[in-house]
Design a protein around this ligand. Structure first.
Ligand SMILES: C[S@@+](CC[C@H](N)C(=O)[O-])C[C@H]1O[C@@H](n2cnc3c(N)ncnc32)[C@H](O)[C@@H]1O
Length: 394
């Protein structure tokens, strides 16, 4: 039996499947995050050039540079405190942090630069090694400002009552999800089993009884045969941010929709997808450990959880409109860079803005606490997906 290429992952999967079907969520957790054979834990970089897919920080340094401006605005709205912590969850290769820190050093040398500490919380040990190298100049032992440090999620909790900014860039869509399916007899859950030596999906009872109320609470009714992914881990993360953020904001970038759009009957098979070699893989069970697995984010559920924890919605749009509102065109023009490198970076920025690509697909949400009526121009334009905006609160 050879269910995947990596022996340690194959062994772990087989050991669990021997006891019977496992919830898809458990399969996804092992496939992506098994310490040796998980997709994100193997030695080679998964994102960017030579990886399986490209995210915005890999597309152009203008992404991190524009986020530096956003961080500066939030810091200003907070009253420019002497200490400002940015927590980035799931930083991957660390390019966003690199470009943001470089920009803050260059544009705010005597102000935010001296207040900023950047904390990266990354699950993958191999990606963490590359981050350490990439950000070495900000990770010096003697406290350097801006400073940066790495944390492993197992040992890390957001500090209670912190002031600062949380960034989650394509983090929530990589958290393991349950797949629910509406059957004639009620709601069931997709499990993974071994059938004739091959990985296969089957339907079984809900692995957690709370899942039964998940869609009801959102006012969603699935059609018979329709599937839907739900992600309790994303809500736990949002709860933790809401519980601990005293003053500041959380900036979320991800593929996703409002609940109503996400769970519309036209999306009968849900949004769980695999990616390998820059190609979409329809069967999420194919080549575990070699295939990225991702599911779109339910921004209604995130917003409800955040508001229940006392956070305020300060903005919701898509990446194209976020970057245009933040002034990317004027900023690039003013930067006046010339030569091949600057031209390549500018071309990359077009990819960030493309409404048919990353620009339109990635939604941006800003949640804040204690920032009064601060206005953030990056959120002055509506997303192309007007329906998700109109139904964001259900
Ligand atoms: C889709 S990648 C995005 C990487 C990066 N943010 C980017 O946009 O290029 C998701 C990242 O989240 C990390 N990750 C997943 N679960 C995590 C957790 N619980 N804590 C910290 N990092 C996690 C993965 O290892 C991976 O590096």
């Amino acid at each position: 039996m050879n269910i995947c290429a990596h022996p340690a992952l194959a062994q772990a999967l087989e050991a669990e499947l021997r006891g019977g079907p496992i919830p898809f969520k458990r399969f996804m957790a092992l496939s992506l995050y098994h310490a040796e054979g998980g997709y994100y834990c193997q030695p080679s970089p998964r994102v960017g050039q030579g990886g399986d897919f490209k995210t915005s920080p890999h597309q152009s340094p203008w992404f991190g540079r524009m986020l530096a401006r956003q961080a500066e605005e939030i810091w200003s709205a907070m009253g420019r405190p002497a200490s400002f912590c940015v927590y980035e969850f799931g930083p991957g290769e660390g390019w966003l942090a690199h470009d943001l820190l470089e920009e803050i050093e260059a544009t705010c040398p005597d102000t935010l630069s001296g207040a900023l500490e950047y904390v990266l919380i990354e699950q993958s040990a191999s990606a963490s090694d590359r981050i350490r190298e990439r950000l070495s100049r900000w990770m010096k032992e003697a406290p350097a400002l801006p400073g940066a440090r790495l944390e492993a999620p197992g040992n890390f909790n957001l500090p209670g009552q912190f002031d600062g900014l949380v960034i989650a860039h394509e983090y929530l869509d990589a958290l393991p999800v349950h797949i629910l399916v509406q059957t004639g007899e009620g709601l069931a859950e997709r499990h993974v089993e071994l059938r004739d030596g091959k990985l296969s999906m089957c339907e079984g009872p809900l692995s957690d009884e709370k899942l039964g109320d998940w869609l009801i609470d959102l006012g969603i009714e699935l059609e018979t045969g329709q599937t839907a992914e739900v992600c309790p881990a994303a809500m736990e993360w949002t709860e933790s941010v809401s519980r601990n953020l005293r003053l500041g904001g959380a900036l979320l970038f991800d593929y996703g929709f409002s609940s109503r759009v996400l769970y519309h009957p036209s999306r009968r098979e849900g949004t769980i997808r695999g990616y390998r070699d820059h190609a979409l893989i329809d069967d999420p069970l194919e080549n575990p450990g070699e295939t990225d697995l991702t599911a779109h984010v339910d921004f209604t559920a995130i917003l409800r959880t955040a508001e229940a924890g006392g956070l305020t919605l300060a903005g919701f749009t898509d990446q194209t409109h976020f970057l245009l509102g933040a002034g990317i065109s004027e900023t690039i023009e003013k930067s006046g860079g010339s030569g091949t490198k600057a031209a390549g970076e500018r071309r990359g920025a077009m990819g960030l803005l493309d409404p048919g690509g990353l620009g339109g697909a990635i939604k941006v949400m800003l949640l804040t606490r204690g920032l009064g009526d601060a206005v953030f121009p990056a959120f002055s334009m509506k997303p192309g997906d007007r329906e998700s905006l109109a139904t964001l609160r259900g």
